[in-house]
Design a protein around this ligand. Structure first.
Ligand code: C5P
Length: 423
């Protein structure tokens, strides 16, 4: 799965289009780092790309400051894909020869990531046999071409050489992404052979046939976690409250509405044995109405009193199971204040192995595309920056892989997996 794109920008008037490209790529939840040639900086400033990508812009190979921030080898390893847009005639020639006397050349040589080229140049330069031969050589080595278009060029001529439009570049990159429902043989799968259970979304506690008590959880974080666990090789079952999200490919999904139904679905699975990992990401209602009216409650009285009773704490119950049945447990804490203290208290009270805490409130947490997490475990903490939930989920799973391997709980495998919903 492509997550991290290194965008190389060369000196061409089309460099301004690269700014829009960064917006489109980050809008897809991709992490983008921009690397500019000196020529590119004559057209657009590094600050533009820094503001759009939210990351420092690299340009110099022999700059001690830039190398210490993220050196050329680190950049080369970081990238899942290198896209050069616009790619100049000069850049095609340099890449074809394999020059490494500037940052882009060095990074391309040092990286095993696929290389995508979106050339932009005057049509005579594009058609010149030298450019065509350079391109043919690069394609032979596996580079992907995003063909330039015909149209009016910056030099005033009509012809081939306009950089492909950013929206079309994005479409081409997305179309080339591997199908997530099929296993990618090159993807590392540290959780292969492990079974994971994830709860996600809100619960709805009925008051009468048409009303319920609910909350603002969108389910996005839990769904992203289910996908990240699947991508890491785990067999995943997602137990979800009512959300507006499609079931992730390759993940079994059980839909529930109420906390008691979620509790039953989780406990049935875990008690059957063989669950290695449990992530409780759902925003489960702490209370439910004592009485559910069989008919719609009518308005009329000046005030209405609802009597509520506590719901079972699913996470705490799973975490209290005896060794052998107890999976590695991850909990969430959404807090509006004193984040770390509240979260640490919750981690200890519920006896979870890893707790992910986030601040919630207006514009934060629930329903948002991005989130920020503080991870706490018995002898460590890690702050994850503001990131799209998909990336955050991957980082959380990376940490979970490390901690669960270290805790080395022998999984109790049982042939009754998977149970069907409601069983
Ligand atoms: O106590 P609090 O609701 O803040 O705890 C949050 C954590 O506990 C989350 O991981 C949530 O999924 C889990 N939880 C649960 N069952 C409940 C309440 C919370 O699994 N009834």
């Amino acid at each position: 799965m492509i997550q991290r794109i290194l965008l190389g920008v060369n000196g061409s008037i089309a460099a301004y289009k690269a700014a829009q490209l960064v917006r489109l790529l980050t809008g897809q939840g991709l992490e983008v780092r921009v690397l500019m040639s000196r020529g590119a900086q004559a057209f657009v400033t590094p600050l533009t790309f820094q503001a759009l990508s939210g990351q420092p812009v690299a340009s110099e190979l022999l700059d001690a400051g830039q190398e210490s921030a993220m050196g050329h080898i680190e950049l080369a390893r970081w990238a899942d894909l290198i896209l050069i847009a616009p790619a100049s005639a000069n850049s095609l020639a340099r890449l074809a020869v394999g020059l490494a006397d500037d940052l882009l050349g060095a990074v391309c040589l040092a990286s095993r990531a696929p290389l995508w080229l979106a050339p932009a140049m005057n049509s005579a330069m594009w058609q010149h046999p030298a450019s065509q031969a350079n391109l043919a050589l690069l394609q032979q080595r596996g580079a992907h071409l995003l063909e330039p278009e015909r149209g009016e060029l910056a030099c005033g001529e009509q012809g081939d050489g306009r950089m492909m439009e950013p929206a079309q570049i994005l479409q081409r990159l997305l179309a080339a992404q591997p199908d997530q429902s099929k296993p990618d043989p090159l993807r590392p799968t540290p959780l292969k052979g492990q079974r994971a259970l994830v709860t996600a979304g809100p619960t709805q506690e009925p008051l009468d046939p048409v009303r319920y008590l609910g909350n603002r959880s969108s389910g996005k974080m839990g769904y992203a976690l289910a996908e990240a666990l699947r991508d890491a090789g785990a067999e995943v079952c997602l137990i979800s409250g009512p959300v507006a999200l499609p079931g992730p490919a390759g993940v079994e999904r059980i839909l529930v509405e109420q906390a008691l139904q979620m509790h039953r679905a989780v406990l049935d699975r875990v008690q059957a044995g063989g669950v290695d990992l449990f992530i409780a990401c759902a925003a489960v209602a702490d209370y439910r109405p004592v009485r559910v009216a069989t008919e719609k409650i009518k308005k009329g009285s000046a005030s209405l009193h609802l009597e509520l009773q506590p719901n079972p704490d699913i996470l705490a119950e799973v975490a209290a199971l005896p060794a052998g049945l107890r999976p590695f447990c991850v909990g969430f804490a959404a807090e509006t204040q004193d984040l770390e203290q509240q979260a640490e208290a919750k981690r200890q009270a519920k006896r979870v192995d890893l707790l992910a805490a986030n601040r919630v409130g207006p514009g934060l947490g629930f329903g948002q595309e991005d989130n920020q997490l503080l991870l706490l475990w018995a002898d460590g903490r890690l702050e994850l920056p503001l990131l799209p939930k998909r990336q955050l989920a991957q980082r959380l799973v990376e940490q979970l892989v490390k901690l669960s391997a270290a805790s080395c709980q022998p999984p109790a495998k049982n042939s009754s997996w998977p149970l069907k919903a409601g069983s």
